[in-house]
Design a protein around this ligand. Structure first.
Ligand SMILES: NC(=O)c1ccc[n+]([C@@H]2O[C@H](COP(=O)([O-])OP(=O)(O)OC[C@H]3O[C@@H](n4cnc5c(N)ncnc54)[C@H](OP(=O)(O)O)[C@@H]3O)[C@@H](O)[C@H]2O)c1
Length: 332
């Protein structure tokens, strides 16, 4: 089968489009013919490599899969359209789980076929196209989990970093649909315009305005109920500063680094909370599907690349020139 594999860590050039062996059927597993696989920032972490994290080469990236079952099992039929919940058991102490195509033993969806545990298979909801369904298993699921963990109620104000990102654009759409007041941050005019179109109540263009000043100005100097922070080191100090008394910062990412310098006194004197979020469960994924269908929400797709152009897809994400999800079309 055709696949994009990495044989070493490095820049986009290590992505190699080649012929590899098909996966073989294994007990308790299903083979999925991959139709679409969305690109996530995790793919870049795995491609680059992270200290202390290992994969065995050659490795196939890709954690966000929509495809077709090669054989049926249980109540699933051969040829059925499915998506893959990407969490798999981790053998690393004190880590909830590993992710398919991530740092772990399972190959991912940058290939015509993928072998995954049967228990990770979820029926693809008819409301979404195959490409849309591939966009939901990571960014949207994580944003959904973060919103649940934020404990925000209708009418609360939430700040979402990175309006153009997979997680950020998902969080804006879902937060609006939950009745929250959404402040978001973008880094130029065109991203700000698209963020406004998504329904954010206030968009702060961080290339022109100070995020803390603008947020406080629009919240009567009170701050926000919660922040969705997937950016990490550069934004943690600002996120904490912008929380109101009793506010919650929900964190899931380290795009700008994993070690932040924060004002601890500002944090405890407003009795704030920092809450971690890691993907979401399979039942949360199913609830997310139902919620999006009931509110008639479709994921925001920036662009679709063919598998052999995975390198261009990565370059686009590394330049952060997307707005929404970048997707790879795998099977023709
Ligand atoms: N814990 C989990 O389960 C989980 C799940 C999904 C994702 N994540 C993590 O969440 C992060 C986002 O993932 P993604 O796939 O959505 O990534 P992405 O689409 O590549 O987005 C990256 C975002 O970071 C923003 N950004 C970069 N530098 C910034 C800065 N200095 N200040 C403010 N914003 C900045 C970019 O905004 P501009 O373009 O405006 O610079 C962009 O919106 C990644 O670190 C990923 O690993 C974690």
């Amino acid at each position: 089968m055709k696949a994009v594999v990495i044989r070493k860590h490095g820049g986009p050039d290590v992505l190699s489009y080649e012929e590899i062996n098909n996966p073989q059927p294994t007990k308790g597993h299903a083979i999925v013919r991959v139709d679409y696989c969305a690109v996530n920032h995790l793919d870049i972490w795995v491609r680059n490599g992270l200290p202390g994290k290992q994969v065995s080469f050659p490795h196939v990236l890709g954690c966000d899969i929509c495809g077709t079952l090669v054989e049926g099992f249980g109540r699933f039929k051969k040829g059925e359209k499915v998506v893959v919940h990407p969490a798999i058991q981790s053998n690393i102490p004190r880590i909830s789980f590993s992710i398919i195509g991530g740092f772990g033993k399972y190959h991912g969806g940058y290939a015509e076929m993928v072998l995954v545990p049967q228990k990770n298979i979820v029926k693809k909801p008819d409301w979404f196209t195959d490409a849309e369904a591939s966009a939901l298993n990571v960014s949207y699921l994580t944003a959904w989990n973060m919103l649940e963990r934020s404990r925000c109620r209708k009418g609360d104000t939430i700040l979402v970093w990175g309006a153009n990102s997979g997680v950020g654009s998902a969080a804006i759409l879902l937060a609006r649909a939950k009745g929250l007041r959404v402040i978001t941050v973008a880094s130029n005019k065109s991203k700000s315009r698209l963020a406004k179109k998504l329904g954010a109540h206030l968009v702060i263009d961080r290339s022109r305005k100070d995020v803390i000043t603008e947020t406080l100005k629009h919240t009567n100097n009170q701050g926000v109920d919660a922040v969705i922070d997937h950016v990490g080191a550069k934004t943690w100090p600002i996120s904490i500063e912008m929380l109101k008394v009793g506010g919650r910062m929900v964190a899931c990412g380290t795009t700008t680094g994993g070690e932040a310098n924060v004002n601890i006194r500002a944090f405890y004197s407003k009795e704030a909370s920092i809450i971690g979020a890691y993907l979401g469960t399979k039942s949360q994924l199913i609830s997310l599907h139902k919620f999006m269908k009931s509110r008639k929400i479709k994921p925001i797709i920036d662009s679709i690349f063919s598998l052999k152009d995975a390198k261009s897809a990565h370059q686009k994400m590394e330049k952060s020139s997307q707005f929404g999800k970048i997707i790879l079309k795998i099977s023709s």
